[in-house]
Ligand binder design. Structure first.
Ligand code: 4AD
Ligand code: MG
Length: 457
C-alpha cells in the first residue's frame, strides 16, 4: 500500500481517496486546521496532510507531535504550497501512538556522535533512512551481480576452527566458564566443539572448497575481527562479499573486482537517486562527480614495487616511511588513489612476507599474486589474490607461516585432488556503502556497530 501510494502520486491527475500510515515529522498548527508532514520510511520525501476542524479524529491533534504514529485517510489533491506537488486533504485521522516531548529526534541538526547513541531511533531520521535504504539496495545488487553470472551462493560457517588471514585478531567462541579460563590451563578438548573455535574472519577458505567444485562461488556474510583499531574504517563485526573463481588468474580477478564495484555503483545510482542526491547536498558535495568519474575510466593498475617508488618520489611527508617489503599504510594508499592517480587503483604483486599463506608465489620468488583495490576517500576497498594451487609450494608456505598442516588437511585436499588455478577477493561491504554515500565513518553505515568497547543494542 505504501509503495503504491508513491507510484499513485506520480501517475494520477485526479482526486481520489488514499490511505497513509507513518510517523509525523512536523506539525504546524493554524486556526481551524493543521499541517502534518508524514513519512513512512519508504523514501526521503514526506507527504503533507492538511487536517481541518470537523474532520473525524481532529481532536487527536492536540496529542500528535513530532514522532507520533498516525494513519490518515483522505483525498489526494494538488498542493498549492511550495515544495510538494500533492498533498492529502484528510477525511479521517487516527493515532497509533503519541511521542512525548522528550522524543530525541525533535530537532534537526544532531551530531553524528549523538545519533550513534540513539542508534535504535536513528533510522527515523532522513540521513539514516537514506543510508539504510542504500545498504539494502546494495545487498540486493551484490546478489544480482553474481547470480546473473552463475556464481553459487555459499553460506560459509560463522564458527570456525581456522584463521584464514593469520592476523590473529580472533574472537574465541567457548562455553567454558570464564572463571575456569582465568585460572590458567584450559582443556579445549572439553569445550563445546571439542577444540578451539572462533568467529570467522573470512569465508574464503571454505569458499575455495566450493569454487574447486562448482567453478564460481561467492559468500556474503558477517565476519569478525578483534582488531583494536578505533578508526573510521574498521569495525569488529562487518560484512564481506567473497567471490572465488576456478580457472581464474590474477588478471581476471582484478577485472572481476573492477566490474563488480562499477556494477554496484551504477545500480545504486539508478535505483537510489533521491537518496544519493540527499547525500550530495548534505554529506559530500563532490559525491556525484566522484561516482560518475569512477564509472567512466578503467581502474589504474600498478605493481607494489612501482607504488613504493611513486610514494618515495612524491616528496610528501608521511607519518610512516615506506620501504620495499613493508605494508602500505592508509596514508600511502590514499595518496596514490586521491592525489597521484586521482582514480581507483589496483596495486598488485605484493612482497610475500606481508601476505597470508594461501597467496600464489610469483616466479620472482619474492612477491605473491595479491591485489588490493584502493578508492578515493576510503583507501582499501578490496583485498584478493590468486591462490597457491601447487601442493608442495602451499605446504612450504604453511610451514613458513607456522601453520599446522594437520589442521588444514581439508584445504590441502583441494590441491591434492584435481587442483586448478583459482582466484578470489573480498570486498568490505561497509566500505562500499561509505564509498557510494560519502559517509565517512563506518559506524554510520552499520545498523548497530560493534567496535572496541561498544556492543550497544
Ligand atoms: O583484505 P582482507 O583482510 O582480505 C580477506 O579477508 C581475504 N580472505 C579476502 C579474499 O581474498 N577472499 O579483507 C577484505 C576486505 C578489505 O579490503 C576491507 O574492505 C574489508 O574487507 N575489511 C574491513 N572492513 C571493516 N572493518 C574491518 N575491520 C575490516 N577488515 C577488512
Ligand atoms: Mg587487506
Amino acid at each position: 500500500m505504501k509503495r503504491d501510494l508513491i507510484k499513485y502520486i506520480l501517475i494520477t491527475e485526479n482526486e481520489k481517496d488514499v490511505y497513509i500510515q507513518g510517523w509525523v515529522r512536523t506539525k504546524r498548527d493554524s486556526k481551524g486546521f493543521a499541517f502534518l508532514e508524514v513519512n513512512d520510511g519508504s523514501s526521503l520525501k514526506n507527504i503533507q496532510a492538511i487536517v481541518e476542524e470537523g474532520v473525524k479524529g481532529f481532536d487527536l491533534l492536540k496529542n500528535i507531535s513530532t514522532g507520533a504514529s498516525v494513519a490518515i485517510t483522505g483525498s489526494l489533491v494538488p498542493s498549492p504550497g511550495k515544495g510538494q506537488k500533492w498533498e492529502i486533504k484528510a477525511k479521517e485521522i487516527n493515532m497509533y501512538g503519541e511521542a512525548p516531548a522528550d522524543y530525541p529526534l525533535q530537532k534537526k541538526g544532531h551530531t553524528l556522535e549523538f545519533m550513534r547513541e540513539i542508534a535504535h531511533l536513528r533510522p527515523r531520521s532522513n540521513l539514516f533512512g537514506a543510508i539504510f535504504r542504500v545498504r539494502s539496495r546494495l545487498a540486493y545488487a551484490v546478489h544480482k551481480f553474481f547470480q546473473e553470472r552463475d556464481f553459487v551462493y555459499v553460506h560459509t560457517p560463522i564458527v570456525t576452527a581456522s584463521d584464514c588471514e593469520g592476523a590473529g585478531d580472533l574472537f574465541r567462541v567457548t562455553t567454558i566458564p570464564h572463571e575456569v579460563i582465568k585460572d590458567g590451563k584450559v582443556d579445549y578438548a572439553r569445550d563445546f566443539f571439542g577444540k578451539s573455535t572462533y568467529l570467522t574472519v573470512s569465508g574464503q577458505l571454505e569458499g575455495e572448497l566450493f569454487a574447486t567444485a562448482l567453478s564460481n562461488a561467492y559468500t556474503f556474510g558477517p565476519t569478525f575481527r578483534a582488531e583494536n583499531s578505533n578508526t573510521a574504517r574498521h569495525a569488529a563485526e562487518f560484512w564481506m562479499i567473497e567471490p572465488e573463481m576456478a580457472f581464474a588468474d590474477l588478471d581476471l580477478n582484478m577485472q572481476t573486482a573492477e566490474d563488480f564495484v562499477k556494477f554496484l555503483l551504477k545500480d545504486v545510482m539508478e535505483n537510489c537517486k533521491s537518496d544519493l542526491e540527499f547525500f550530495s547536498s548534505f554529506v559530500d558535495k563532490k559525491l556525484m562527480e566522484r561516482l560518475s568519474g569512477v564509472l567512466e575510466k578503467p581502474f589504474v593498475r600498478c605493481t607494489y614495487t612501482d607504488a613504493v617508488d611513486l610514494i618515495k618520489k612524491s616528496g610528501k611527508k608521511f607519518e610512516f616511511n615506506v620501504e620495499w617489503g613493508i605494508d602500505l599504510q592508509t596514508e600511502h594508499e590514499r595518496y596514490l588513489t586521491e592525489e597521484h592517480f586521482k582514480s581507483p587503483v589496483i596495486i598488485y604483486n605484493y612482497p610475500k612476507q606481508i601476505k597470508p599463506f594461501y597467496m600464489r608465489k610469483n616466479d620472482d620468488g619474492k612477491t605473491v599474486a595479491a591485489m588490493d583495490v584502493l578508492v578515493p576517500g576510503i583507501g582499501e576497498l578490496i583485498g584478493g589474490s590468486q591462490r597457491e594451487e601447487r601442493l608442495d609450494i602451499l605446504q612450504a608456505n604453511m610451514e613458513e607461516h607456522g601453520l599446522n598442516q594437520k589442521d588444514y588437511y581439508w584445504y590441502l585436499d583441494t590441491r591434492k585432488y584435481g587442483t586448478v588455478p583459482h582466484s578470489g577477493f573480498g570486498l568490505g561491504f561497509e566500505r562500499m556503502i561509505m564509498f557510494a554515500t560519502g559517509v565517512s565513518n563506518i559506524r554510520d553505515v552499520i545498523p548497530f556497530p560493534r567496535t572496541p568497547k561498544n556492543a550497544e543494542f
